[in-house]
Design a binder for this molecule. Structure first.
Ligand code: ADP
Ligand code: ZN
Ligand code: ZN
Length: 743
């Protein structure tokens, strides 16, 4: 038997399998996914078995035997190895990088074991032995026997601790066969709830209809189906997911629930926990390596049925996966920002196909991609049109900030918003003020010469932080804020603190009695601080929550009856074809935070572009109208999802090098285009949106064409052409298919 092995070194030159002989005695243990030690050149390295075969690929005498299985390594499921191979092909990566992606837990972490001591003889014999020990003045042994006769079993740590019995005495009794010591693994559990809340919700009619639709298809044997649940905010999607999971588990299958990392809070986890108790667990970056490893083991051992987590939770090693749910499916965080740049939605659909499982996507504002596929019939569209218990959607108004200025209001808060804030404060209801930007701190510039304080290593401006610090959000570079302009010496250099801090200051001035709480980069750097801020707000420790996009994602604050959106158009003015989609989604989500509890809500959208269709349709919560307009634009400009797009990111620490090699790569691509019968468009090479990060220069080339496969073959061609070519030694090249973020 031979094992084809991928070596654990991510280098293009080594991105192929190497064949080894499986030594006698290991035949039963070596299988695809196992981590092995192999001779490589004159050293020993590790690798992953991806295939077992009886066919030698070259001279049998020259095939070396592999050494052994790596101790403490974690084997990958065979289906995940197949998935890794798909990821490699469809997104561009070495097989080793792809394997690393599907193994969220690489090494075993010491398991916590609990040892228990039992009597190994019956009561009569034990009493006889006890008498003997007493006669011999073996006090420790006698004490242990006496306790065991009474309690039947004792925890090892209690025996050595409180009972003060030496391990020598314990060992001696064990060797004589009077007692036995049993060890069992005690898994670390990230959710622990002692409250015994009972799950008591009954689905309403429209929720039940969605569940029935999915279940009917499953019962009819329609496997590999993808469902898209489009349900307005607060329509009870989570309850629908839980019902579907319940049915899946009762069929003896397991379920994976993907949610954006930021939405995975204690509150979300608890909703699932109340219903599924110990059969559910979570996986996220906040868990310790030990906790992560244990969740992985619990899944492998069949101790849990449901895994909740961000995109990497997709790779949970379940034995009989039946259902994958992707909540807030429009979120861009489902796309990996490092190689392989896989999209969890597409990868989940592929993985479900391999496992004959069903995929359920859910969102109040489906991605244009998914809605397009649903309209074409690739996904089945299901809808939840009203909020639970017919709670009305918030009433929404747009305020034109240009008119405010004309009327002499120079504040960042419009008259109308101030008026409503006062009203809610009087009523003791809560308010969310949302600044529509991703960064949080402002930059600094000179009002005499226009100089902007930038990072010396990156092509971005530095952000202002507390205590006069300036920080680069790309490389972490830090410096104190300059007092005079470094370029012209003017003292009129100051910050555009349009950030959360500035708004909090303004609110505190205008509404001195209101309690405010701020959520941003500075206040959420500590572990758990994010959770604590949300909890404090939920407990009414503040009246107003101020923050950026992180505060509007999926949270449920029943007492919030007013949402103010400041600078709604900020997300429109970015150089990205998805800007309108992003803006529509974030505004709809933000508006949806209001009026989820007893009282109806209001929302105010402040903007300088009140006529923009993304803002108009968000105000009306008119998804269809937004989509129709947006898809027209995508069709016209041949953007995804109508066509597919591949971006090549070429980087190097030499400015000239990156320029010349990018032009060479573009020529390579032109040669394919000229020979191809397909319509293919290429744009570039051009500077990336951020042309330098950490002293590395960045260029991009965009390629658009209708068929995804055409792009895959272009990727393969470019990859092959430059891989062994010494000319390209100093550059690095990355591929990104249908990118969700600009470069
Ligand atoms: P969504 O995920 O669509 O925003 P949720 O599932 O969070 O909506 O539901 C909104 C609120 O309504 C939650 O507090 C939830 O507990 C409640 N809810 C949902 N469905 C029901 C139901 N059938 N009966 C009672 N309450 C429900
Ligand atoms: Zn200046
Ligand atoms: Zn920097």
């Amino acid at each position: 038997m031979y094992a084809n092995v991928i070596v654990d070194i991510s280098h293009e030159k080594l991105d192929k399998t190497f064949q080894y002989l499986v030594p006698a005695g290991l035949e039963n243990e070596i299988e695809p996914g196992v981590c092995v030690e192999i001779p490589f050149g004159n050293r020993k390295i590790t690798g992953y078995v991806v295939e077992i075969t009886e066919n030698p690929e070259f001279d049998v005498d020259k095939i070396k035997p592999l050494c052994n299985i790596v101790k403490g390594s974690v084997a990958v499921e065979a289906s995940l190895v197949a998935l890794a191979s798909w990821i490699r092909k469809n997104y561009g990566a070495t097989m080793n990088q792809a394997l690393k992606t599907v193994i969220p837990v690489k090494k075993s972490v010491k398991e916590v074991t609990k040892r228990t001591i039992y009597l190994n003889i019956d009561d009569i014999k034990a009493r006889a032995q006890l008498a003997l020990c007493e006669a011999k003045h073996q006090k420790a042994k006698a004490r242990l026997l006496r306790e065991l006769i009474e309690k039947k079993e004792l925890e090892y740590s209690v025996v050595t601790g409180e009972l003060k019995i030496s391990t020598a005495a314990i060992n001696s009794l064990e060797e004589s066969g009077f007692i036995t010591i049993k060890s069992a693994t005690e898994y670390r559990k990230p959710i622990n709830n002692t409250e015994n809340e009972v799950y008591d919700k009954v689905l309403n009619e429209q929720q039940q209809a969605v569940v029935d639709a999915v279940e009917t298809d499953i019962a009819a044997g329609k496997k590999n189906r993808v469902f898209l649940i489009k349900g307005v905010t607060g329509s009870g999607k989570t309850e629908v997911y839980m019902e579907l999971i319940d049915k899946c588990v009762k069929r003896g299958q397991q379920a994976i629930v993907l949610i954006p990392e930021i939405a995975l809070t204690y509150q979300t986890a608890m909703r699932f926990y109340v219903r599924f108790k110990d059969r559910v667990t979570i996986m996220n970056s906040k868990l310790s390596p030990g906790e992560r490893y244990d969740q992985f083991k619990r899944a492998k051992n069949g101790d849990i049925d449901i895994m909740i987590g961000p995109r990497s939770a997709l790779f949970t090693p379940f034995s009989n996966l039946g259902l994958i749910i992707i909540d807030e499916e429009h979120e861009t965080s489902y796309k990996s920002e490092s190689v392989p740049r896989y999209h969890a939605r597409e990868t989940a659909i592929e993985y479900a196909k391999m496992n004959d499982a069903v995929v359920v996507l859910g969102s109040a504002t489906p991605s244009v991609d998914s809605y397009y596929k649903a309209k074409k019939g690739e996904y089945r569209l299901l809808e939840l049109k009203t909020r639970v218990a017919d709670k009305p959607l918030p009433e929404c108004e747009i305020v034109d900030m240009r008119t405010e200025l004309k009327n002499g209001n120079r504040s960042i808060l419009s008259e109308r918003l101030q008026q409503l804030i006062q009203d809610r404060l009087d009523k003791k209801q809560q308010i969310i003020l949302f600044i529509n930007r991703r960064g949080i701190a402002g930059f600094m510039s000179c009002r005499s010469c226009g100089y902007v304080v930038k990072c010396p290593h990156c092509d971005v401006s530095l952000s202002q932080h507390a205590q006069g610090r300036m920080i680069c959000h790309y490389c972490g570079y830090e410096q104190p804020a300059p007092k005079i302009c470094p370029k012209c010496g003017s003292k009129y250099i100051s910050g555009f603190k349009a950030g959360t801090q500035k708004i909090e200051e303004m609110i505190n001035m205008r509404f001195p009695t209101a309690g405010t709480i701020r959520m941003d980069y500075d206040t959420t750097r500590k572990k758990d601080s994010y959770e604590k801020i949300l909890q404090a707000f939920r407990n009414h420790e503040a009246d107003i929550l101020i923050g950026t996009q992180m505060i509007v994602k999926g949270h449920d604050f029943p007492d919030v009856t007013l949402v103010g959106v400041l600078a709604a158009d900020m997300s429109l003015n970015v150089n990205d074809y998805r800007a309108a989609e992003r803006t529509f989604q974030i505004l709809t989500q933000a508006i949806g935070r209001a009026g989820r509890g007893r009282y109806p809500g209001n929302a105010i959208i402040q903007t300088y572009e009140p006529e923009h269709f993304a803002i108009q349709t968000a105000k009306e919560q008119a998804y269809e109208a937004f989509y129709d307009k947006e898809i027209e634009y995508r069709k016209m400009l041949r953007y995804p999802p109508v066509w597919n797009m591949l971006v090549l990111l070429i980087t190097s620490d030499g400015q000239e090098e990156v320029q010349n090699r990018s032009e060479d790569v573009a020529k390579l691509i032109e040669s394919i285009i000229s020979q191809s019968e397909k319509k293919i468009q290429m744009i570039g090479p051009a500077d990336a949106g951020i042309s330098k990060i950490n002293d590395v220069y960045r260029k991009v080339i965009y390629i658009k064409t209708e068929q995804y496969e055409t792009l895959v073959s272009i990727k393969d061609f470019v990859d092959k052409s430059i891989r062994d070519n010494i000319k390209y030694k100093k550059i690095s090249l990355q591929f990104d298919f249908n990118p969700v973020n600009g470069f």
